[in-house]
Every structure is written in structure tokens, then in C-alpha cells.
Ligand binder design. Structure first.
Ligand SMILES: NC(=O)c1ccc[n+]([C@@H]2O[C@H](COP(=O)([O-])OP(=O)(O)OC[C@H]3O[C@@H](n4cnc5c(N)ncnc54)[C@H](O)[C@@H]3O)[C@@H](O)[C@H]2O)c1
Length: 273
């Protein structure tokens, strides 16, 4: 595998970059020196995030449920920056709150479309692009005495997708959300196996409650007697996560700090078992 040394700014693409965890992740990537592609269905919010970054970047309108839109997002990123080193697939929706018998079928399709198919489409086009990229060794001196690691260390790209605690455990009245977040773990493991030898790592994060507009909307849907579990008292740490804490984990998984980590999902549950 021919590799080159990375002397340019790496490039990160973030979907759902207009809000919450996606916004925090774009901000963190920028702090770490990445150029950023901030993508969201809400173009205005993506532009607002871009305005927070002290780094080269573009805002892109994308609907992750549509192949043509996802392909155009990747094309825009490559036209501007030449490659995509890291991607965070953060776009997601919580859906409605109802038991299965009462859950509207069209809402099931919508949630699965954004969360499961959306991640699958993003992987499809992100990986297709990464396969065309030269592998990069970002810090060859660090691995000089470990020829094996160095030989396999050239990476074409690294991708993290947002699953959830609800991709690991069921929760009442959110069946499509749970199904979609479970699906993301299966897609992640499959992609990791398929593209490991190509130098592309694929992982997921499984956060619990994180202080974002999605958590606010979710808590508003809950019956009053269940809201406590989703608030600070539901966690041994005595608080929910800040989006910046999830962003830190995403950026670490994307980075060259963990070259042997692929096909994994990182639980970020604040001590909740
Ligand atoms: N907040 C939490 O407690 C929590 C916990 C676990 C997992 N997650 C997951 O983390 C991710 C980010 O969640 P968040 O809390 O920041 O939510 P959020 O609602 O604050 O942000 C989600 C973003 O996704 C965008 N989006 C929605 N549909 C889209 C589409 N079709 N195409 C492109 N963009 C679209 C929205 O416009 C929004 O900017 C989601 O996948 C969510 O399921 C969140």
C-alpha cells in the first residue's frame, strides 16, 4: 500500500452539524486543526455552525435519506478540500413517542430512513470516496520502531456514526428509534470488516442523555413520571452529558490515536448500567 506523509490540514465531514452533538463535533474538529464540511438538512443552522469555526470550511445542505443528496455532499467536500479524512454521521431524529400498536407506520419509515438508511447512505458515499484516496501516515516518526504498525498505519479514512444507548437497550415507546440505532451497530461492524484492509476504520458511539435540542424534545414527549430518569438523577454522575463530551469521543475514534480500533461501539453512559 503506497502511503504518503500527512503535512496538510486533515478534512472532517459532519452530518447533523447544525445542532447538538454534530455542532459540538464540528467545533472540536476545527479546534484540532481539521478543515470542516458542516452538513445538515437545515442549511441555515449549518451556516451558523460554520460561523463558529476558526478553520477553513463549507456548509452543505443535505438530506441523508436521499442518495443523490448524500452523493452531492461528498462531491462538494472533495471539490473544496480534495479528500475526506474523517466523517461523523450525526444526523438523526427521535421520532414520535407511542407503543408499537399505536405507532404510525409512516413515522416508522421516516425514522428508519433518517437514522438507519441515512447512515448507510453516508457510509456508502464516504467510503467510495475514501477508497480513491491515497493512504496517509500522519506521524511516521512515532511508529518508526514498530514496523508492523507502521506498515498498516496508512489510513484512507475513519468514520464514526451516532448510535445511542437505545441501540443497546430497548426503551418503551421509541421502537423505530431503537431499531434504527441497533441497525447502525450492524452496519458499522459490517463496514469495518469489509474495508479494514483498505485502511478505512468504521466505528460508532452510543451516548446516553446528552443536553441537546433532541433531548429537550424527547423529555417533552415523556409522561411526567418518567422524566426524572432522563434527567440528572438518572445518572450515577448526577448529570447528563454535554455535547462536547460526545464530540471528544468522536474525534478520538476518528483520529490516528487508535489505529487498531474498528467495528467498535463506544458506550458513553455516565455510569448508567
Ligand atoms: N441527545 C441525546 O441524548 C442523544 C443520545 C444518544 C444518541 N444521540 C444521537 O446523536 C445524534 C445527534 O443528536 P442530537 O442530540 O445532537 O440531535 P439534534 O436534534 O440536536 O441534531 C440533529 C441534527 O440532525 C439534523 N437532521 C435531521 N434529519 C436530517 C436529515 N434527513 N438529513 C440531514 N440532517 C438531518 C437536524 O437538522 C439536526 O441539526 C443523533 O443521531 C441522535 O440520535 C443523541
Amino acid at each position: 500500500m503506497a502511503t504518503s506523509t500527512n503535512t496538510r490540514k486533515p478534512v472532517a465531514l459532519v452530518t447533523g452539524g447544525g445542532s447538538g452533538i454534530g455542532r459540538a463535533t464540528a467545533v472540536r474538529f476545527a479546534e484540532l486543526g481539521y478543515s470542516c464540511v458542516v452538513a445538515d438538512i437545515d442549511e441555515q443552522s449549518a451556516k451558523e455552525t460554520l460561523g463558529m469555526l476558526q478553520t477553513p470550511g463549507i456548509a452543505v445542505q443535505v438530506d441523508v435519506t436521499m442518495a443523490t443528496s448524500v452523493e452531492a455532499m461528498v462531491t462538494a467536500a472533495v471539490q473544496r478540500f480534495g479528500r475526506i479524512d474523517c466523517a461523523f454521521n450525526g444526523a438523526g431524529t427521535e421520532g414520535s413517542y407511542a407503543k408499537i400498536v399505536d405507532y404510525p407506520e409512516e413515522e416508522y419509515d421516516r425514522v428508519m430512513g433518517v437514522n438507519a438508511k441515512g447512515v448507510w447512505l453516508c457510509l456508502k458515499y464516504e467510503i467510495a470516496q475514501m477508497l480513491q484516496q491515497e493512504p496517509v501516515v500522519s506521524d511516521p516518526a512515532r511508529w518508526a520502531d514498530k514496523p508492523d504498525v507502521c506498515r498498516f498505519r496508512g489510513v484512507r479514512g475513519s468514520i464514526v456514526s451516532a448510535s445511542s444507548v437505545n441501540g443497546l437497550r430497548g426503551v418503551q415507546c421509541l421502537s423505530p428509534y431503537c431499531a434504527s440505532k441497533w441497525a447502525i451497530l450492524g452496519i458499522t461492524e459490517t463496514a469495518a470488516v469489509e474495508y479494514a484492509k483498505d485502511g478505512i476504520r468504521v466505528n460508532a458511539v452510543c451516548p446516553a442523555g446528552t443536553a441537546t435540542p433532541m433531548l429537550d424534545r424527547f423529555c417533552e414527549m415523556l409522561p411526567l413520571h418518567l422524566r426524572g430518569r432522563e434527567g440528572p438523577k438518572g445518572y450515577p454522575l448526577g448529570r447528563v452529558a454535554a455535547p462536547e463530551e460526545i464530540a471528544e469521543a468522536v474525534c478520538w475514534l476518528c483520529s490516528d490515536a487508535c489505529p487498531f480500533t474498528t467495528g467498535e461501539h463506544l458506550k458513553i453512559l455516565g455510569g448508567r448500567m
